[in-house]
Write a protein that binds this ligand. Structure first.
Ligand SMILES: [Fe+2]
Length: 369
């Protein structure tokens, strides 16, 4: 299924990391993903190494530089640390959507490019997003092999056992930008890809006694692509968005939310795999038990034990949980989300979430100006 611009769904996300091989083990072990593809010297690629990991519709690529002159990767890592270099949208026709975006003022990174080998072809193009991120359009309909040309099966015989968290795919991808940039980037999505702004958190909507942020969510015509964009807003102390911008040295992807239909199972499995989550105080669950507007099929004792958050809107509820930053810098993290009709992003949880993040910020020495 696709919309009038030919947009189908999220496809892969590619991270630039210090050591692709080791990070691939982390995804296999912590998220229970399968190492499905590999690209590197053994497949004829000399300057970089990539692993392609899959679980249902969740597709992650981790890449690292093999040579000091692989500037594109090494310069990214020097500045940002491990992070999301590009995320992609599967489309019907790469040329068509790229031309559309360009005619509306998108900044080109790569023109439509056809990668070919004996298994078929893959077409990709990319436009710029934030400081140093790419939004890729991809079509792999005519390719009958692993991921795309340049990839083969994994060369190592990697036998890992991990709990299967039953992750389904990407729900949304969030960007953090500087003060006064949020409106520009929301308008960029809306103008170049016919997205619309459907949530707008204004001054005073989101914040603790210390720090605050502004947030807009843009979405594609059929809502398959949903992208919140945050910017810091003045507060007594440094907000988590400012901490991100400082530590990432620029704007970029803050978190990716991954869908599940059974978050109690998912978080149980992820915790067994060693995933580290934000702490939620027990008072949160005392409040949850007292709320009459919350009708959920899950047992609140389970939610409390696993520290899962709950929020509602007119259409239903959602359950969600956030990891701590997965890398060395306090920048990128994952969210896991189960939607029961609710189309929101957990606004009712921002208070509890921010307070948990502020505790960690304080430990890192990044809360005070
Ligand atoms: Fe989120």
């Amino acid at each position: 299924m696709s919309d009038s611009l030919g947009i189908r769904a999220y496809d892969y996300v590619e991270f630039y990391v210090g050591s692709a091989k080791m990070v691939a083990y982390w995804y296999a072990k912590a998220l229970g993903m399968t190492i499905t593809g590999y690209s590197g010297p053994e497949t004829g690629v000399r300057d970089r190494m990539s692993y392609y990991l899959v679980q249902n519709d969740l597709k992650i690529v981790v890449s690292s530089a093999l040579q000091p002159d692989s500037y594109e990767i090494t310069s990214f890592l020097t500045q940002h640390g491990d992070g999301v270099k590009r995320w992609s949208i599967e489309v019907d026709d790469v040329d068509q959507i790229f031309q559309h975006a360009m005619s509306r003022g998108a900044v080109a990174v790569r023109k439509p490019n056809r990668l070919e080998n004996e298994h078929g072809h893959v077409t990709e193009a990319a436009i710029r997003l934030f400081d140093d991120t790419e939004l890729v359009f991809i079509n792999r309909d005519d390719y009958q092999h692993i991921f795309k040309p340049g990839y083969g099966g994994p060369v190592q015989d990697i036998q890992l056992s991990a709990e299967d968290p039953q992750l389904l795919g990407i729900d949304h991808i969030v960007g953090n930008v500087r003060e006064n940039e949020m409106d520009q980037w929301a308008a960029y999505f809306n103008r170049t890809l016919d997205f619309e702004t459907f949530v707008d958190f204004k001054k005073g909507d989101i914040g603790t006694q210390y720090s605050a942020l502004l947030s807009k969510v843009v979405r594609s015509e059929l809502s398959t692509i949903k992208n919140p964009i945050n910017e810091p807003y003045e507060g007594a102390k440094k907000s988590q968005i400012e901490e991100y911008l400082e530590q990432y040295h620029g704007s970029g992807v803050q978190h990716i939310a991954i869908q599940t239909t059974d978050i109690v199972h998912t978080v149980t499995a992820l915790r067994k795999n060693g995933m580290e989550f934000l702490l939620v105080p027990d008072t949160y669950y005392e409040n949850l038990r007292n709320r009459e507007d919350i009708q959920i099929k899950e047992n609140i004792d389970d939610l409390q034990r696993l520290k899962i958050l709950c929020d509602t809107d007119a259409d239903g509820y959602l359950l969600q949980l956030f990891t701590k930053p997965i890398g060395d810098r306090p920048t990128f993290f994952f969210e896991f989300i189960q939607r029961e009709g609710c189309k929101g992003f957990g606004k009712g949880n921002f208070q509890a979430l921010f307070e948990a993040i502020e505790l960690d910020q304080e430990l890192r020495g990044n809360l005070d100006y």
